[in-house]
Design a binder for this molecule. Sequence first.
Ligand SMILES: N[C@@H](CCC(=O)N[C@@H](CS)C(=O)NCC(=O)O)C(=O)O
Length: 203
Amino acid sequence: MKLYFAPNACSLAPHIILRELGLPFELVRVNNQSKRSADGRDFRTINPKGYVAALVLGNGEVLTEGPAILQYLADLKPETRLAPANGSWERSRLQELLNFISSEIHAGSAPLFNAELPEAAKAIFRDKLFKRLDYLSEVLGCNDYLRGDFSIADAYLFTVLGWLPVFAIDIAQWPALAGYVERVAARPAVQAALQSEAASVPV
Ligand SMILES: N[C@@H](CCC(=O)N[C@@H](CS)C(=O)NCC(=O)O)C(=O)O
């Protein structure tokens, strides 16, 4: 399998999960501005939507959209229980979380990256994001992970919480989330993913 990624982008979540699962994979870095990829291709020929993550399977199929990639990967090794069995109630609960992270935190953060957006507009998005983080902090409470044991939702939430410093948002105002980020960051697979992205050659 090949994972097209950009350092510290949402593609970090499937990258972490590939390592958690111990699956063989190749990483291909993408320049999100020029859309060139490290294998010399125009990334839009791989994902016409033009954004990471994209997972290319051995049979040539290309899977995009973070939550779909994460679930596909977890289901390759169900015994690791990074996602509960497909069709179970627990799986629906996990999907509920993945969708929340995707639409409320990931997509909710996206405008804050936009240098052209006026500060007044950013303040509206920031306020909404704060409400979502308040909620997540309550859900997490004093648990180590979102759903008991570490799951694909944790790889995704860890990834998007990693963007807060870019927006000058101090995670310390949510002690449960601050502790959570430290806990997830300490996992060997997470360390390995972060280090290999930092060491990857710019395209
Ligand atoms: N709906 C997509 C969104 C992916 C996305 O936002 N990718 C960002 C990085 S986190 C990106 O590559 N943006 C570049 C662009 O849109 O041109 C998913 O959930 O996978």
